[in-house]
Ligand binder design. Structure first.
Ligand code: 8DG
Ligand code: MG
Ligand code: MG
Length: 150
């Protein structure tokens, strides 16, 4: 399959962001950001806002491009360039809902240091490959800092 573009979204509240366990698709059982495929004509930010709304019910603002990674899922012959976007909540007190229960088990708020712990072998919280690659391909990256510094 030709490479496709995926958008992964850091929905930030302070130092925390939203992750959930994937269900029913490649990377099942791994932890991923809300996100999905870039559709024809969309900007990265439009795609990020749409996917977050579809998957969590949350409205977001202050969307900003962060970085990109390259991920080849050799086992299923899929190849994604992932665009990572950061954003904040339009309503600070809003909580994510599992609006697509066939695709995500639950949403939770974690910090970047927690995600780094999860990336370690035997953590019991395997990460979706684009996130593993983000940690490998962009050492020193931290989503909350990327938002304030850029
Ligand atoms: P869509 O049809 O709604 O666009 O997709 P989806 O149903 O939301 O599927 P998905 O698997 O969540 O997202 C589509 C692809 O986007 C996924 O198979 C691989 C790619 N993708 C990345 N990085 C990320 C990420 O961090 N999170 C999510 N959810 N998808 C990502 O390349
Ligand atoms: Mg989606
Ligand atoms: Mg998705």
């Amino acid at each position: 399959m030709d490479p496709r573009v995926g958008v992964g979204v850091f929905v930030l509240r302070g130092n925390k962001f939203i992750v959930g366990k994937r269900l029913g698709s490649h990377g099942e059982g791994t932890y991923a950001l809300p996100g999905g495929h870039l559709e024809y004509g969309e900007s990265f930010e439009e795609c990020a806002a749409r996917e977050v709304l579809e998957e969590t019910g949350l409205e977001v603002s202050e969307l900003r491009f962060l970085t990109a990674t390259n991920s080849v899922f050799d086992d299923v012959k899929k190849h994604y360039v992932t665009i990572f976007v950061a954003c904040t909540l339009r309503d600070e007190g809003a909580e994510p809902r599992v609006t697509e229960p066939d695709k995500c088990e639950a949403w939770e708020w974690i910090e970047w240091s927690t995600m780094q712990d999860w990336a370690c072998e035997g953590s019991g919280r395997p990460l979706f490959m684009p996130l593993t690659n983000l940690l490998k391909q962009r050492p020193g990256f931290e989503p909350a800092k990327a938002l304030t510094n850029a």
